[in-house]
Design a protein. Structure first.
Length: 163
């Protein structure tokens, strides 16, 4: 028995069919961390040859990521965490990144991402950073503008992805 086109369109999409076959009409934004693992994942997704209504984005570069504390010292050809260790938590502002003792939550270097030829780093206390961020926006007093700069850059990138 032959089925009508409308019946076929109502069928659920199967992941192995891919986005083109599923006829996703809405705009879709995929945002990846600005670190080594994010670079690998974003590159893999870009190879899927997605339709024009998809945007693959990487978190923007952070100026303060050029000098940031680490738990252990590793030598890099570029003295920056951009592209190596800038997960979304680093965009939550210095108030969230600052520990009770006044120091910044350090980055711990992890494994080597062979596909992008660089090490992966991540914050040592992501949960603490997230809790301090949520606490900073809960009170009657909003965070100062300087603490919102990085997250505003992320939002701006997303809002203009289809401009």
């Amino acid at each position: 028995m032959k089925r009508s086109i409308s019946e076929v369109e109502r069928e659920p999409c199967k992941p192995r069919q891919g986005p083109r076959r599923c006829r996703i009409g809405n705009r879709v934004i995929a945002v990846f961390d600005n670190d080594s693992a994010g670079a690998v994942q974003a590159n893999d997704v870009r190879k899927l040859n997605l339709p024009d209504n998809f945007r693959i984005l990487t978190l923007p570069h952070l100026t303060f990521a050029k000098r940031y504390p680490t738990v252990d010292r590793m030598e890099h050809s570029e003295p920056t965490f951009n592209g190596r260790a800038c997960g979304i938590e680093l965009y939550l502002g210095t108030a969230a990144l600052t520990r009770e003792d006044g120091s910044l939550t350090p980055v711990q270097w992890g494994g080597y991402e062979a596909k992008v030829k660089r090490y992966q780093g991540e914050l040592t206390d992501k949960k603490g950073v997230e809790e301090r961020f949520l606490k900073s926006i809960e009170g009657p007093q909003l965070p100062d503008e300087a603490n919102l700069t990085a997250i505003r850059a992320v939002l701006q990138m997303m809002f203009t992805a289809f401009a």
